[in-house]
Design a protein around this ligand. Structure first.
Ligand SMILES: Nc1nc2c(ncn2[C@@H]2O[C@H](COP(=O)(O)OP(=O)(O)OP(=O)(O)O)[C@@H](O)[C@H]2O)c(=O)[nH]1
Length: 300
């Protein structure tokens, strides 16, 4: 069954609120907020698919709320339909310039509100799907390299980075070329998918971001774990892949699919470029592979 979309109504006019509730409650899950001081936090606290905002709220703070919603990265993508008592083109232009997807003047016609809302929700759904397609890896359903790079950069420069540590861990399947040659490429795909799921589960347990780095390599990134925890995460990843016991009789080192893990960990990362960090993680991985299916962590 399709999930009802969540519509957030920001309006302090009880009549508006009642009319909108009557029109929309049958098809959607509605949330309300009348207080400009709390509405943005409440929008963030709920899954919100679309916002209806009365810009003529009591103290005239509607445009300010709209501006804040569009400046905040976590609410930026939520479509906002502005409802206004003003028929001034200037106000309409202001609302649209600030990022509203639509501007409806009062008194509004219920059918028009319902139809416009339906259209904007359909556009949002398509945008969400596009967003997903450009960020996810098609085979493993993990964040792809593009999304991974974005996250690595954000973690390296964001608030969490202020804590002063940063790690990148590269996990690579051992002898995967021979796996493909022996079992076939399709079987190789299934194996990659299973390994990705096992890594994802482990990463989630430690709240670590994970993505597909390239063909047979995955990367885990953290800006909050110390070297001991990073070592535990690497060991858990190693154990999780071993526990899958996916047969690999063509591997010269293990009867089942195994991984090698290389990581770089720094306490004072602000001076190191992302490229340098990746290079270090890669050379740590090469070291782990040299010693065959081991873990090698380089601390800088
Ligand atoms: N099935 C499948 N194979 C892939 C995919 N991406 C990369 N590969 C294969 O993974 C293999 C990786 O080979 P190599 O980089 O030589 O690594 P290796 O076989 O582990 O060899 P060593 O690095 O010496 O351990 C190549 O044969 C790629 O074709 C994929 O999405 N699906």
């Amino acid at each position: 069954m399709q999930q009802a979309e969540h519509i957030f109504i920001i309006d302090d006019d009880p009549i508006n609120k009642m009319v909108l509730t009557n029109i929309l409650s049958e098809d959607h899950t509605l949330f309300h907020c009348e207080d400009p001081a709390f509405c943005i936090d409440e929008v963030k606290a709920n899954r919100t698919d679309l916002i209806i905002l009365d810009v003529a709220m009591g103290n005239g703070s509607g445009f300010t709320i709209l501006e804040k919603l569009k400046k905040d990265a976590s609410t930026y993508g939520i479509p906002v339909i502005v409802i206004s008592g003003s028929v001034s083109f200037k106000d309409e232009a202001r609302g649209l310039e600030l990022g509203a997807v639509d501007y409806i003047t009062k008194p509004f016609n219920p059918l028009i509100v319902k139809t416009r809302l339906k259209n904007h929700l359909a556009i949002k759904k398509k945008n969400d799907l596009l967003e997903k397609l450009v960020s996810l890896d098609g085979l493993t359903e993990l964040p792809n390299r593009r999304r991974l790079d974005e996250e690595m950069r954000a973690l390296l420069t964001g608030d969490e980075a202020a804590q002063g540590c940063f790690s990148i861990m590269l996990v690579e399947l051992d002898f995967f070329k021979t796996f493909n040659e022996h079992y076939g490429y399709m079987h190789g795909d299934t194996c990659l998918f299973k390994v990705a799921k096992a890594l994802e589960e482990t990463a989630a347990r430690y709240s670590v971001f994970i993505g597909r780095f390239d063909g047979t390599r995955f990367a885990l990134v953290s800006a909050q774990h110390d070297i001991d925890t990073v070592t535990s995460i690497a060991q858990s990843i190693h154990d999780a892949v071993n526990a899958l016991k996916i047969p690999h009789i063509a591997s010269p080192i293990c009867a089942h699919v195994s991984v090698s893990i290389g990581a770089v960990h720094i306490e004072q990362h602000k001076t190191l470029e992302l490229n340098e960090l990746i290079k270090n993680a890669d050379s740590a991985l090469a070291e782990a592979q040299k010693q065959q299916s081991t873990i090698f962590i380089k601390q800088i």
